[in-house]
Design a protein around this ligand. Structure first.
Ligand code: 0A1
Ligand code: ZN
Length: 848
């Protein structure tokens, strides 16, 4: 086992301000694939907050060859280690550091720092990638204006800010806004741009450019439109205006994450920029819109106001996710977006929170910060902002954010700074609320009801479960949105009550005993535990005026059907009523008719303290889907036919919802017809990727996809993003008994370029998380397959390896036999001779 001395722990409690601040920095890049030179000139000034004696100069730096260094023009010879350098006895009043280093972008397969993707240079500096570019105080609380000169033989050479001068073989850029190094970006290559403009609310014209490889120009229209809508939305909803003359987006094919908010020069995984109806699904369009918005919104929440240290990551990420969620809700359907978000939260964050990788939204320590770009920091982080928004109301929230921007513009901040603006603007005490940031685990709220003499009482008891390294937790404030319904479904009471005590009651004087609708809109990220009769669930499914809880009632009935022997008649009838209710949005109907995923069922089973058997869950789900399909009766083919969308494809408006409902119904139809006649017909006649993929997935799971897969491959062989779908659909939808063999065949395909993160995730990642019954096959072959691939990728790209390794996080909830197969695989990984820091931490935590 590796020891802590090899991979030191960084602790929030050990934070101290930097000894030196940077007044300004100039960088000159001479680009060469295998030997890029980076010259730097950095003006250091003493930090008044550290006037506690003499300080040496300490700079971060990794995988750099230092050619020469000077302080105020004098040669220096620093002490160099694998992680940085130190110079003693520097002038305490301030000085200029000048240096030249050499780096090798072509050898950079980890995709952090300066690297090459398809002959193009690009950077990824969050969280700690800048230290692989040059020696620098690579920490977010050091903010400086950057001037950059790029020399190279390439037509397009970009950096942050505004272009200041250019000539043959060189370009200069200046970013006037002080920023931490993690927001630095450089891109150079044979690129073309799609151009537009945006006029800000104060009337300034901003040039917008999306850079892509030649040939992809026709795939940027949706991203550009989403960008303009994001810019407008940030003005109207938050009063935030863009602050440079130019905003650029670049699409790259090799990228570890979704996208990156570098100042003025966002770099995107190409899958979140490029889209046409032929190549992208409705979901792809929606994600492009959301991620464009997310990165754009970071300009204020992340860039102008950044994080003091990486423990504060949720300060920018939770807030920015909340902002992009609201944006999508405004662009599309608020209730549908909320349901989608909660599904995701439960599938990913609740899963994380209940397992060995559980950590607080603001962690107290880390070994590798890249391991903390998690569902907890992002999605639970967003839920905390959402609770605050519910508690202070929309106007209070706006007063708080206005004060945040006014008070902290240009600063590197903490969660305490964020909470304080709401305390000041809204006159509330958020000291108990702060516990949400420090305590890991999903709180559980048990609900008891009493009805006596016209008095109805709800009693709530909250508990926060133990998580690794944390016990004896305190109660947190839980905003409980509720409604009480009478027999006719009319609302007799409703409101928002914030629970703050371990146990608390709410009473109402009423003429008749009501049916409660609790945690409306999923007003807090908690598990609600309450015995609800089938009749009551059916009533809520039919009548609740809160769309979220209406969906939730159907989902609860489905979970019952999937995990108990309860009679399903009420479920079938309730779903048929939803299906045929034309007053309901088709997108909402599609969601309500969708069974919980196998992961959600597993979580439900584990939450009841039972052992999870992924194979049994898979089989049972198929049976229940068949039962529901039968119960839907004639309504099934009728609504299927009615939802057909004719005419040209549009990713906006009502059409995506209709397609979603139609695809859902096609799944039910295919359950009743293993020849999959309708699915074949849809595949053959589809004029858009949404329908093509819906049909193809069903054909793969019905074992009827051979011809379709071949035709698809022939048509799309040269489009990497589309081929990712071809790989994924097979890894995910192949029936469990053949899944491992199929994945092995896919990994031998000539196009399986495993060093490309999208392709690796499309096959290995997708299999391990989205084909649970295949991955958890009782013979353990899925585990060996995953472990082998993690060991192969780790030396090349630790970050992506560690993310995919999270597939093992749920192993303790499985039966003993499966645990006995996984344990040795985890040990095999842990004892690899040169395991990365990323993997050492993740596997160590999973095994603990
Ligand atoms: N800040 C980006 C996410 C991101 C994080 C790390 C990366 O590389 C290690 C890249 C992107 C966002 O929230 O979109
Ligand atoms: Zn973000």
């Amino acid at each position: 086992m590796r020891t802590d001395t090899q991979h030191p722990v960084t602790r929030l409690a050990a934070y101290s301000p930097p000894a030196w601040l940077v007044e300004r920095v100039s960088l000159t890049f001479s680009l060469k694939a295998e030997a890029t030179r980076v010259a730097s000139e950095i003006v250091f000034v003493p930090n008044p907050a550290r006037a506690d004696g003499d300080h040496p100069l300490e700079l971060d730096g990794e995988q750099l060859t230092l050619m020469a260094a000077w302080i105020d023009g004098q040669d220096v010879t620093p002490d160099i280690t694998a992680t940085g350098l130190t110079v003693q006895n520097v002038p305490q009043g301030g000085f200029t550091w000048t240096a030249e280093v050499e780096i090798n972008p072509a050898a950079n397969t980890a995709l952090e720092g300066l690297y090459m993707s398809n002959a193009m240079y690009c950077t990824q500096c969050e969280a700690e990638g800048f230290r692989k570019i040059t020696y620098y105080p690579d920490r977010p609380d050091v903010m400086a204006p950057f001037t950059v000169r790029i020399e190279g033989d390439l037509p397009v050479m970009l950096s942050n800010g505004n272009p200041t001068a250019q000539g043959d073989g060189w370009a200069e850029w200046h970013d006037p806004w002080p920023k931490p190094a993690y927001l630095f970006a450089l891109v150079a290559g044979e690129l073309v741009s799609v151009d537009d403009t945006f006029t800000t609310m104060s009337g300034r014209k901003v040039d917008l450019k999306i850079y892509v490889r030649p040939g992809d120009e026709g795939k940027c229209a949706y991203a550009m439109d989403a960008l303009k809508r994001s810019m407008r939305w940030d003005e109207t909803e938050y009063g935030r205006e863009y602050d440079l003359d130019l905003f650029m987006i670049v699409a790259v094919d090799d990228f570890n994450m979704g996208a990156m908010e570098n100042k003025g020069l966002n770099i995107f995984n190409s899958r979140y920029v490029l889209a046409t109806p032929d190549t992208a699904t409705d979901l792809d369009f929606e994600r492009i819109e959301a991620i464009i918005a997310h990165e754009y919104f970071h300009n204020w929440t992340g860039n102008r106001i950044t994080c003091r240290d990486w423990f504060q990551l949720c300060l920018k990420e939770g807030l920015t996710v909340f902002r992009d969620q609201r944006f999508t809700g405004d662009m599309r359907s608020e209730p549908v977006k909320r349901i989608d978000d909660v599904k995701m939260l439960r599938a990913r964050q609740f899963r994380e929170d209940s397992g060995p990788l559980a950590h607080p939204v603001r962690p107290a320590e880390y070994v590798e910060i890249n391991n903390f770009y998690t569902a907890t920091v992002y999605e639970k982080g967003a839920e905390l902002i959402r609770m605050l928004w519910l508690m202070v109301g929309p106007q209070g929230y706006r007063r708080g954010t206005d004060l945040y921007f006014e008070r902290h513009d240009g600063q590197a901040c903490t969660i305490e700074d964020w909470l304080k603006v709401f305390e000041d603007a809204c006159d509330i005490d958020l000291s108990q609320f702060a516990l949400w940031y420090a305590q890991a685990g999903t709180p559980r709220v048990d609900v008891a009801e009493a009805w006596e003499d016209g008095r109805y009482t709800l009693t709530f008891t909250q508990t926060v479960p133990d998580t690794p390294g944390q016990t004896d937790k305190k109660p947190v404030p839980i905003p409980m949105a509720y409604g009480l319904l009478d027999k006719t479904g009319a609302e007799v009471a409703q409101g928002l009550h914030v629970l703050t005590q371990p146990q608390e009651s709410l009473s109402f004087d009423l003429a008749e005993r009501p049916v409660p609708s609790l945690l409306r809109g999923f007003s807090a990220p908690v598990t609600l535990a309450r015995d609800v009769s089938a009749a009551e669930q059916a009533f809520l499914l039919a009548h609740d005026s809160d769309p979220f809880n209406r969906w939730e009632a159907g989902r609860a009935m489905m979970l019952e059907a999937l995990t108990s022997d309860r009679d399903n008649a009420a479920l079938g009838a309730g779903l048929q009523a939803v299906l045929t209710d034309e007053t309901l949005d088709p997108a909402f109907r599609a969601l309500t008719l969708t069974l919980p995923s196998e992961e959600e069922i597993a979580a439900h089973v584990a939450g009841r303290g039972q052992v999870v058997d992924p194979s049994a869950i898979h089989d049972r789900r198929a049976v229940v889907e068949h039962t529901i399909a039968t119960a839907l009766g004639d309504a099934l083919p009728a609504v299927y036919a009615a939802m057909r969308v004719d005419g040209p494809y549009s990713p906006d408006g009502a059409a995506p919802g209709q397609r979603a409902l139609r695809a859902r119904l096609l799944a039910y139809l295919t359950r009743l017809d293993r020849q999959a006649v309708e699915a074949k017909a849809m595949f053959d006649t589809a004029n858009n990727m949404t329908e093509t993929m819906a049909a193809l997935a069903l054909l793969v799971s019905a074992g009827q996809a051979q011809d379709a897969l071949a035709a698809f491959e022939t048509k799309w062989a040269t489009d990497a993003l589309v081929m990712d779908k071809w790989f994924t659909v097979q890894a995910v939808a192949t029936p469990p008994a053949q899944a491992v063999a199929t994945v092995k065949t896919l990994t031998q395909h000539a196009a399986f370029n495993w060093k490309n993160p999208n392709r690796f995730r499309a096959v290995i990642g997708a299999f391990a998380v989205a084909n649970p019954a295949g991955f958890h096959r009782a013979d353990g072959s899925g585990y060996t397959l995953l472990a082998d691939w993690l060991l192969t990728l780790d030396p090349v790209n630790p970050q992506t390896t560690a993310r995919v390794a999270g597939a093992f996080e749920t192993w303790r909830r499985l039966d003993r036999a499966r645990q006995a197969l996984i344990g040795p695989e985890l040990e095999r990984i842990a004892s690899a001779p040169t395991l990365s820091r990323d993997m050492t931490e993740i596997i160590g935590r999973i095994r603990a």
